[in-house]
Design a protein around this ligand. Structure first.
Ligand SMILES: [Fe+2]
Length: 410
């Protein structure tokens, strides 16, 4: 239990991994500053910061490009779906929401989800819907499977001890939908990371994953080495992911760009090193980890992370059918203000390759799917149980069944 963890003692242990924890932090800070300066320079020149590639070119070998994806920890894959398909699915989703009276339902149940409640802006228009036709079509499509395979293969998934995951087999993680009205100026998400907050310091396997960071070997730290990423355990809380995602991501249903209330990223794959070692410095209260709290998203804030936050950029214009992907350690946010003219809608789809951790979760998720309930990682709002148009087992393709662990992969 977290309440039993002595943060002061833990920090002292982590400090001892280093010959000089302050100097270690300064080295990391220097690297981060270099990355931030580069981002700001590219921004000034109006140049591309987040690497991007067309769907039909993802399998072309390009070492320079993949190196850049690994440095930035994020990538845009464009034209994964054609405009007409997406436009139809967007209308389908709207119909699903309206026909089933989602907004009325939501008013009654919205306090169930407290995951983001500590972030400054806490009420994004993220809907607790998981099993609509639009989501299922996108999540289980052949195109998505191809993109995820490519993404999974960017990781080192085998090591001397064991094979962490199978990059060519996907399980699926049912996630939500963001539909944001034009003109909305209250609903954003402050900078954060998912996949654990205090766990990043306290968990036995996270400590192993980040060992190089704490022990003066930052330059050897490889965020794309999957070793032990499948073994971390999370404190129980609604909306905390219990899967290992090689990338989080979403697919754009509508055109959206900077100022349209869209995603922002700090495109630095090794940002976590800064966050972790920053918490060890002497100005942070003994029993605190720079504002990170149990069961909440990992907070990245001005008080402790101002240097890192300078690197926060809005993603470029996304067209319907484009997808964006970011490493689970990459800090992200949603713009507070939507000044655009149209809805900015996305469907969240991450990459969860086949491994025991993901299979365990997917098996639990499958039970929820069959009943139309909210997946295990999310508040049990269960809006869709009696929704018209919900996708059921008889509507699934063979690929979808495998990805949902309803049918065996082999
Ligand atoms: Fe997030």
């Amino acid at each position: 239990m977290y309440s039993e963890i002595n943060i002061e003692k833990l920090k002292s242990k982590l400090k001892d991994y280093s010959k000089d924890y302050k100097e270690n932090f300064h080295q990391i800070e220097k690297y981060i500053k270099g990355e931030v300066d580069e981002i700001l320079e590219l921004k000034d020149l109006d140049k591309l910061i987040i690497p991007e590639v067309s769907f039909n070119k993802i399998n072309q070998k390009n070492t320079k490009f993949t190196k850049n994806v690994k440095k930035r920890g994020c990538v845009i894959v464009r034209d994964v779906f054609d405009d007409l398909t997406i436009s139809r699915l967007n209308s389908d989703l709207e119909k699903y929401i309206i026909d089933n009276n989602y907004y009325k339902d939501q008013k009654n149940k919205s306090d169930l989800d407290k995951y983001f409640s500590d972030l400054k802006s806490s009420k994004p228009q993220i809907m607790g819907l998981y099993w609509s036709k639009a989501q299922m079509k996108i999540r289980h499509s052949e195109q998505m499977a191809k993109v995820k395979k490519w993404l999974n293969n960017l990781w080192t998934y085998k090591n001397e001890e064991y094979k962490v995951f199978d990059p060519n087999k996907e399980l699926s993680y049912a996630d939500r939908v963001r539909r944001r009205e034009p003109g909305d100026n209250t609903l954003g998400l402050s900078p954060h990371c998912d996949a654990g907050s205090v766990e990043r310091w306290t968990d036995y396997y996270y400590q192993k994953i980040y060992k190089d960071i704490f022990s003066d070997n930052f330059m050897n730290y490889d965020p794309f080495d999957a070793k032990y990423r499948d073994r971390t355990s999370e404190f129980e809380s609604p909306a905390v992911a219990h899967v290992f995602r090689t990338f989080q991501g979403w697919t754009a249903l509508t055109e959206q760009g900077p100022n349209d209330g869209t995603l922002q990223l700090i495109p630095i794959a090794k940002s976590m090193a800064f966050i972790l070692t920053r918490a060890l410095l002497d100005d942070v209260p003994k029993n605190e980890l720079c504002g990170s709290k149990l069961g909440k998203a990992l907070s990245v804030n001005k008080k402790y992370h101002s240097l890192l936050l300078k690197g926060l950029i809005s993603i470029p214009k996304m067209k319907p059918g484009d997808t964006i992907w970011w490493h689970p350690d990459v800090v992200h946010a949603v713009e507070d203000k939507h000044s655009g003219k149209n809805y900015s809608n996305v469907i969240y789809v991450g990459a969860t390759p086949y491994c025991k951790k993901n299979l365990d979760y997917t098996l639990k998720q499958a039970k929820k799917f069959l009943k139309g309930k909210s997946p295990p990682d999310f508040a049990a709002e269960d809006y869709e149980v009696n929704y018209k148009g919900r996708i059921k087992i008889e509507n699934l393709t063979s690929l979808a069944k495998k990805q949902l662990a309803i049918k065996n992969w082999d």
